[in-house]
Design a protein around this ligand. Structure first.
Ligand code: URA
Length: 434
């Protein structure tokens, strides 16, 4: 078999066999198939799609490109969550310790920024020393001792996804249902959690632009998960405007910490409560969503959710003084509050434009392996439907370069659209697929 023939077959709308997919995945995992061929294949998949059978085979092949963790040796039941990616989506940072504080173990393997969407690992690395490269043994040990892990893909777990993810980020091959489904589910299967809550984002700031595609992706991932013996549900949530206020790395981490202390923006807090409650119900710690919500609210109020976050940071080598005093986290040189250029109702806050502006400011990557600037980003402090007076603070830019700040200011002003008539607020969730 030759990689080029597999690329050509996909280019010409063919259906790849299990053997061809295995050959390709093993080839690029071992480094026998170079990045340029993998990129070309990914573009062919993005343009021509895959059948559900191909996507399932791709997922299983990527999941088996490394080890499959058996978490039952560490704890009885582990829940995991995963978002398909959005702007300002720092949910994992708050939800993982919230759920752990309610008595359920959380072992999560997260990703870096992808295209315009931020990544949990980049956000957590705003904390000096925090390690996202735990080995399999370290992952299991921490899960057993603390019941909470937030790490990246080790070389041993779904390495095929690790490689493909980094390439997709910089080759315009992110928004593809088969590539997203296989990326998410291969990691989830390899990380071994028995129960998984998927947060499938839809809207202009998500890879799934419309509800129909989001539902399709959600259904596909739920059935792949079940084929692998996992309990999976998928929430479909809004990503037309950023989630919460902060967009960036350290700014998002600060907002997650505030939320763990019981503050934070109302939409983000509510989103975290709903996701956590689903995790508790799926993990059989709560009998209903209402009970789950009460447990999470109590864990935040008592400070146990925050305490678990601290313990996790310490366990993964991070300097916890940066968490206790978030003002120590990387801070940009220029912090500018931009006023509303007019009065009226906010009609739209285009999440993707804001995500792209954050990447240009340095919060994301232009090329594979680029470093990210942890300090830069935005606080987008209003929501669709709010009424503002001219001159009221509209958003805050955190930049390290005056020229980039000027560009970002214009990009964010253009991302806000206005109406003289009242506009409905956006919902947080659209559906749950079980
Ligand atoms: N999250 C992932 O892990 N992979 C994707 O492709 C998109 C979101």
């Amino acid at each position: 078999m030759r990689a080029v023939d597999i690329i050509i077959k996909k280019r010409d709308h063919g259906e790849l066999s299990r053997e061809e997919i295995d050959f390709f995945v093993q080839g690029f995992t071992k480094g026998n198939i170079p990045d340029y061929q993998v990129s070309s294949w990914a573009m062919a998949v993005l343009l021509n799609g895959m059948t559900d059978q191909e996507t399932t085979n791709l997922t299983l092949s990527m999941a088996h490109s490394g080890d499959i963790l058996d978490l039952s040796s560490a704890v009885d039941l582990v829940v995991d969550k995963h978002s398909t990616g959005g702007v300002g989506d720092k949910t994992t940072l708050a939800v993982a310790p919230m759920v752990r504080a309610c008595g359920l173990s959380v072992g999560k393997m997260s990703g870096r920024g992808l295209g315009f969407s931020g990544g949990t690992l980049d956000k957590m690395e705003s904390i000096p020393g925090y390690r996202v490269d735990l080995s399999e043994d370290e992952f299991l040990k921490q899960l057993k001792e603390l019941g909470l892990v937030l790490s990246g893909q080790s070389g041993d777990l779904a390495p095929a996804d690790g490689k493909l993810y980094a390439l997709r980020d910089v080759t315009g091959t992110v928004p593809s249902i088969p590539l997203i489904a296989s990326s998410v589910m291969s990691k989830k299967i390899a990380a071994g959690a028995q129960a998984i809550v998927l947060d499938v984002k839809t809207g202009v700031g998500a890879f799934m632009r419309n509800l129909k595609d989001a539902r399709y992706l959600a259904g596909l991932m739920v059935s792949i998960g079940e084929l692998s013996g996992r309990k999976v549900i998928a929430l479909i949530s809004d990503m037309n405007q950023p989630l919460g206020f902060a967009v960036g790395n350290a700014v998002e981490l600060r907002e997650a910490i505030e939320t763990l202390h019981g503050g934070g923006p109302a939409d983000f807090r509510e989103h975290c409560l709903v996701v956590s409650s689903h995790m508790l119900v799926l993990g059989k710690k709560a009998a209903s969503m209402e009970e789950g919500r009460k447990m999470v609210e109590a864990a935040v109020a008592k400070g146990t959710a925050y305490e678990y976050f601290r313990k996790m940071v310490i366990a993964q080598g991070g300097d916890v003084t940066y968490v206790d005093q978030p003002e120590k986290l990387p801070t940009a040189k220029y912090i500018e509050t931009v006023p509303a250029p007019r009065g009226g109702y906010l009609k739209g806050i285009h999440a993707q434009k804001i995500g792209n502006a954050a990447v240009e400011l340095g919060a994301g990557r232009a090329k594979k392996g680029d470093p990210v600037d942890h300090a830069v980003g935005f606080e987008v402090i209003h929501k669709v439907g709010e009424k503002l007076a001219e001159g009221e603070p509209l958003f805050v830019v955190h930049a390290n370069d005056p020229e980039k700040l000027a560009v970002a200011r214009e990009q964010l002003l253009a991302a806000h659209t206005w109406s003289d008539e009242p506009c409905d607020p956006l919902p947080l969730f659209y559906d749950v697929i079980e």
